[in-house]
Design a protein around this ligand. Sequence first.
Ligand code: ZN
Length: 328
Amino acid sequence: MEKPILGIHHVTAIASDPQRNVDFYTELLGLRLVKRTVNFDDPGTYHLYFGDDTGTPGTILTFFPWPGAARGTPGVGQVTVTSFSVPERSLDYWEQRLRSARVPAERSGKRFDETVLTFADPDGLKLEMVAHAGADGSRVRGTGIPEEHAIRGFYAVTLSEQGFEATADLLRTMGFRDVAEQGNRFRFEVGDGGSGARVDVLCVPEAPHGRVLVGTVHHVAWRVADDESQAAWREKLLEIRPNVTPVIDRCYFHSVYFREPGGVLFELATDPPGFAIDEPVDSLGESLKLPSWLEPHRKEIEEVLPPLQLHRLLEAQKSGGPSPQSTR
Ligand code: ZN
């Protein structure tokens, strides 16, 4: 018997320059680089994982940085917005912090009972800070950001869809419940619901299909408790989605992938074993980690990967070099 899906596990997007990606998510947004590894399916490129200080499922935003690749097109069949959860009174702080780093940020008004700040990362990936009452009780994490304003993990993801019913039916099969709607936005929750366990389906019948490249989301992964629950979900989903993959070992979690009817790539990822499986929590993200089957090729891999420096802007500031603002 399958256990309930618990919420968002991670979101994976495509970036261009890896150093700029690290600078933005660690130094501006205050997330921690919790794993520096390679794309297991393309080991000449990085796979960078950002999250809270241990990489708790539900806080993990990951990137495949492809230097020099073209910008993608956000559109139908994609996760078009990734939203972070922040405490109710934090939007002024974030608006000011983003603007002082010359990142345009816009208040998009009230949505349901939350207030929203919209912005984009240096590659054009669309992000939101969603301020809401429930965020105050969550675990406080983050580095370099005052505790009362730190990102609390994901709030939700938004899927853009041409149709609505087929995607809604699949979500319901996965245990999601219809909880709210506003205009063309349909909100679903799974597991215990709330922040990190919700998805908004935006019905945009006239919008063009997106193209997944730099600045777009590659896939969203949903949390399953363990391997047994994942196997049960896989069996159940195979009855309606013949494209479900076998279980793939991603080292830090185990994964199956399938496309939902609207075209968005979904993954089911296990909570265990987590990011401390191959390095101590204290030094997560500091050195390049490779899965056992790629370890024999470490030298060749390290030669092709561009160098990556943590705390680059902070150290430049300390030594009287360029401020974060002037390097952007
Ligand atoms: Zn994934």
